[in-house]
Design a protein around this ligand. Sequence first.
Ligand SMILES: Cc1cc2nc3c(=O)[nH]c(=O)nc-3n(C[C@H](O)[C@H](O)[C@H](O)COP(=O)(O)OP(=O)(O)OC[C@H]3O[C@@H](n4cnc5c(N)ncnc54)[C@H](O)[C@@H]3O)c2cc1C
Length: 1214
Amino acid sequence: MTGNDVGCFERITGGDGNDKTDSETKCLIERDNFVIDSCPDSSTLKINGDNDNMSPKVNGKVNGSLKTNGNINNTGRLDSTPPRRYDPTQEVIFPPELKVSDDLDRQTLMFQGPRVTYWRPTSFTHLVTLKHHHPHAKIIVGNTEVGVEVRFKNQLYRVLINPSKVPELTSVVVQGSGVVFGASVTLTAVYDVLRQQVKTQPEHKTRTFSAILEMLNWFAGKQIRNVASLGGNIMTSSPISDLNPILLAGGASLNFTSLQGGERRVVMDDKFFTGYRRNAVRPTEVLVSVHVPFTCQEEHIQSYKQSRRRDDDIAIVNAAMKVRMIPHTTTVHHLSLVFGGMAATTVIAPNTMKELVGCSWDDSLLPKATQLLLEDLPLDPSAPGGMVEYRQALTLSFFFKFYLSVRRWLSECVPAQVDPLTEDQLTAIRLYHRPATSTSQTFQQVPEDQKEHDLVGRPVVHTSAYKQTTGEAVYVDDLPRLENELHAALVISSRAHAKILSIDETHALELEGVEAFFCARDLPGEMNVTGVATMDDQVFAKEKVECVGQVVGVVVARDHARARQAASLVRICYQDLSPPIITIEDAIKEESWWGPWTIRRGSMEDGFNMATNTLEGEMRIGGQEHFYMETNSHIAVPKGEDGELEMFSSTQNPSGTQQLVAKALGLQANRVVVRVKRLGGGFGGKETRTSVVSVPVAVAAARLNRPVRIWLERHEDTLVTGGRHPFLCRWKVGFTPDGRLTALQAHIYVNAGCTLDLSTFLVQKALFTFDNAYNIQNMCVTGYACKTNLPSNTAFRGFGAPQAVMFIEDIISQVAAFLKMDPVQIQERNMYQAGNKTIVGYRLDHCTITRCWRQVMDTSLVHVLKASVQKFNRENTYRKQGLAVTPAQFGIAFERFFNQAGALVHIYTDGSILLTHGGIEMGQGLHTKMIQIASRVLGVSAENIYLSETATDKVPNTTATAASVSTDLLGMAVMKACNELVSRLQPYVNKDPAGTWKDWVNAAYFDQVSLSATGFYKNPCIIDFDFETMTGRPFNYYAAGAAVTKVEVDCLTGDHTILRTDIVMDVGNSLNPAVDIGQVEGAFVQGTGLVTMEELCYSPEGVLLTRGPGAYKIPGFQDIPCEFHVSLLKDSPNPQAVFSSKGVGEPPLLLAASVFQSIKAAVGAARQDHHLDPVFRLDSPATAERIRLACQDPLIHKVKLPTHKTTKPWSVTV
Ligand SMILES: Cc1cc2nc3c(=O)[nH]c(=O)nc-3n(C[C@H](O)[C@H](O)[C@H](O)COP(=O)(O)OP(=O)(O)OC[C@H]3O[C@@H](n4cnc5c(N)ncnc54)[C@H](O)[C@@H]3O)c2cc1C
């Protein structure tokens, strides 16, 4: 993606059933190939914003006619200039003037440090001589493998040799027999060469090349392929190497050279790999080149890869299969079946390969091959990586695809002997191809007579957008180093439940540059006690540890690397306590929980009596890692007197940080100032859990009286700070034959981890949301916050509501499956209407859920989509499509006393305004909206308004920025402060109506009028819910939305593609449609990650195994809907919030339930073909593994797992 595709507001005209009125604007962008759809419509929507702070351009596109602005022409008419096609020659290049001479590139280099010597020879002889003298030296090319070993596996290679300037290793030679690649040739170069060969050589010669090309599309990302080498992939000898299976199947050979042994040619076969990441190469040998042979007429080869995510992910299983036929027959002459991910090395299926020789390639071959493959590729139930059944199933699925693909090829080679494949079979082997993504965004424009300066309702650009795009935006760790500054690293526990016998920091302190170590010994009594609602946590674990990742101490050193090195040298002796409680089931067994809390209405007895049928079930939803871009970063700066301390913190909760830091230091809060400029994302993960990092750093800084900085590595942040709570739901529902739900009983259990944190409120939010959009009169839901020995889980966008919506939507789909009805009928039969009361007793006077529902059904042409899905499913066996419509209602408010906010506005005598409020900007556009509000109230243009930071000395006692409520609360506070200033200035406006803003400000100043005002807002309407009396008013209002999603599932691999999503979201009168639509799209995609691919794996001992982007996958570009249409509901003012707007941060995430349900519908269609029960369980996330296993086709039944009850699994579901 480039800045070009950020967004341009265009109108789609005519013909698509989506015509809008003049007051609506719509934009269509095709992203992947950067084609902007041509726009035949006329006129312009233009503004000029020369305010750098808030230039009201909509689309990030600075040049040309697509610049939109919002303040001038409100005719709703658009620029008639056709959008320009993407022109790759206009990409930013590296400026030639800045290129330095390449003289150095031709020279041999050697760097020597205290621990490592690095060589870069330029001649082949020098290279082999070096390797001769340093047999244990590591050769590095792209460093993409060695770098990981050094950084994450603590490997130390004392001699490194980089051969990237040795011509013999970088050349490519096309020979009569194939292509010879130098071992250091990058994968990008391999791709280019092979593509050229495929274009120019006869097709039959380049079949291996095509298989490699297909695989390279899914090999890592472009950045890695640009530096990673072919030789590096082979020599790493990883069992999940993507290229090794193809090279083996394709008959590649390798040329090695050593100084004494000379040249040696090795054919890549199953003897080449000798163990996990080991091969038959001698220590003094250098891999010089790789010969990849041409294929012949009688050969056919295919490669396969299945991973958690399509883009930039390593394989779960990969394979390459090549067959050679006896000429003009369907008889197998030779077969190569090579697999990755099935053992400690790349392996072949020896017996299958042998036994199938001489067989005819027809249906009789399949059962034999399947049986043989299972015998050839056994997996132990505790095999590293888990997914044992799925991995075995994949080997069969890949072979089945290969079988069909060979049949198709034979049908062309020997048509008299082999029939062409059916359409269904062709679809089964279709290679994944994603169309260019197209999106549309529809919103209502501001009234034509709205004043020019007034930015409320206009799609203005986020105030930091350009700075963030260019990298100029400042985050905590961008702040310049301070004099005397030190760096901190956390010492964390490696046991889930153990007594601390001793802590020995001697070795750490012996390291040069290490200054100090602090632990519980340094924080006596109450100073070490911390927590959120309940003080049940410790700054440093004192006598025992309760999870892996608990902070035990902090090391302070001269730099980040030294601090981390020292932290790893702190020795902690443990004595294990009772077996840790890791899973929800463990907790239920031990009755280890906080709560429970029960919400009920009506009578369960009556409800179940009214029902003609009941269903019971269980469903699980996994946790989620926040994966914000900026990991926890904090700088604590002692001010030198009276204990004063300034904290620069990546927190959503500055006042919370201030309080906990002050407490740990034994100070009053008035000595601690917490400052936050912006966060690189928070999503709830920086609401309370940042204190486990910031407080230790503050302690270190205060004790040493020196500034201390910390930033966490990604894997550390993921481990220490917790994430979204995993949920388990056990439910029973009663219903009538026409699908009316008469009773619903449920127990929800959340894995809270080892401290309570915000879990009470989270469980309650889940209970309050369990009705979602449905008027179920008899309901009883009980929630438990299970105490386990995992890091404490915490707030995450949606805060329990996404899980509640997932559960109720799943229950509805189960009822629909049972009644053989369309879920839409059940949803509509039970949906809330205006005037109904929700489960918390809130009367829905402004009920918009049905409007969103109807509109999304209309604009998506759901009946057409449904017909197309049904047709597809009738015609296809191996791929299925699914469609789901999901409504979502989300109550907006904090717990009672949190519903307050403050603002501080200063006007300076030059007319400029400094706006401060208690909220945190974390990418969600809060500051942008506050400036818009101030522009309206003060009547000045945004260029005069600046928002610098959030700080506890400007606005005290702030509520954390969370719960989708910040704009509502802070917007009112800003409005009040601005109103106060307006009223103070009014006399001067009256006196001089023709004057300017600056004139009035100066007049007031000279009249000794204060030009600074605070604004305070509290929402008096919120009353905490009382679980005794079932009364209260926990929400200010409901946000609502609805989504239609269509997916396609590959039943053989479990892969899925979101073909289309349409969303209609009620955000009231949008304060900023550009920001709001961004929130809708972002939240939806984050929710999609939650319900499809983001899977946290824990070892049975409670160690988080998925700690970084290598193992934990969030959605990539290939995972967003191919077609993505977002509309904001028209004419929907909300009387409960600032300028009739609504909160938007969290509610759209709930709509990702439509992705889950559409996947489930597709799986249901596959199961229908096999006459299986339409009511079935599918847990979330719907990973490829779960989808594949749920499809339950005959291949799956062949996979039989050895059932050793005693075997310890690689990971457990928590
Ligand atoms: C983010 C990421 C994503 C990745 N995705 C994938 C993926 O999708 N599929 C996949 O298969 N791999 C993947 N990898 C692994 C890695 O990128 C590949 O194995 C890559 O080809 C290694 O090449 P390199 O040049 O970076 O190797 P290096 O790290 O430089 O070296 C790797 C090994 O090869 C040895 N070596 C290199 N050249 C020679 C030589 N001439 N003679 C003897 N030994 C030599 C080195 O000593 C070292 O042991 C990924 C890695 C990362 C970091």
